[in-house]
Ligand binder design. Structure first.
Ligand SMILES: Nc1ncnc2c1ncn2[C@@H]1O[C@H](COP(=O)(O)OP(=O)(O)OP(=O)(O)O)[C@@H](O)[C@H]1O
Length: 207
């Protein structure tokens, strides 16, 4: 269970949101919405433990995520705007390295299977810098499939994907939640049909 209580954030001098409270249980899927600059990425980064809230707290189960530390990071996949890929490495080596650094080393078969599911079987050994934007996004998404983690925090995951890949990703999110995972994602796009029944959380500009 992920719970947020009385959360407030500001960037620079600008308050973004305050008194944000929410509880998410196994199977919940949240579409985080709002205008550009309202604070969606900021909220996802807070939930990923990458930045600290101005006020309030975030709990995983019964414990504050700040006290859980690595134990919490091992529960989540955070996919940011930047795909966190090393340009000179291949999708295969990126996935191998990311899994190793995260403490969940993967064998060759598991890496190839994940890359094949995201449609990169033929590109798995090419340097990432030579891939298209959509292929880079697919390489980043392979992390979700390669290692099972209950919490997915996805910032604009559909951007750069073609229609078929958007539907596939919608299916993976749906499957993840049906299996008891929690997903929170931002998107300004029309959502694929495969997305499960979702909760909409709309942030609004603070006056
Ligand atoms: N590193 C930073 N330093 C100062 N202000 C920042 C920083 N990063 C973001 N901001 C500001 O914080 C506000 C919220 O940014 P954020 O990226 O969370 O918005 P968003 O809702 O995700 O927007 P978008 O829909 O455009 O992706 C914006 O006004 C932005 O200018």
């Amino acid at each position: 269970m992920l719970s947020i209580a009385h959360l407030a954030a500001q960037r620079g001098d600008r308050p973004l949101f305050s008194e944000l409270s929410l509880t998410l249980n196994a199977g919940d899927c949240v579409h985080l919405r709002g205008e550009n600059g309202v604070g969606k990425t900021t909220l996802l980064k807070l939930l990923a433990g990458l930045t600290q809230p101005q006020h309030g707290e975030i709990r995983w189960g019964e414990q504050n995520i700040a006290t859980l530390g690595d134990e919490y990071y091992a529960q989540l996949h955070y996919l940011g705007h930047k795909d966190a890929l090393k340009d000179l490495l291949s999708p295969f080596d990126n996935l191998h390295l990311a899994a190793k650094l995260a403490g969940n080393p993967l064998d060759e078969a598991a890496i190839l299977q994940a890359l094949s599911r995201v449609g990169l079987a033929r590109q798995c050994d090419l340097p990432v810098r030579s891939l298209s934007q959509g292929q880079k996004k697919r390489a980043a998404l392979a992390r979700l499939l390669a290692t099972s983690r209950p919490l997915w925090l996805l910032d604009e995951p559909f951007v750069a994907l073609d229609t078929k890949a958007q539907e596939q990703l919608g299916g993976w999110i749906s499957e993840h939640c049906a299996n008891g995972g929690i997903a929170i994602f931002t998107s300004h796009q029309i959502l694929p049909k495969a997305i499960p029944s979702i909760t909409e959380l709309t942030l609004s500009v603070k006056k």
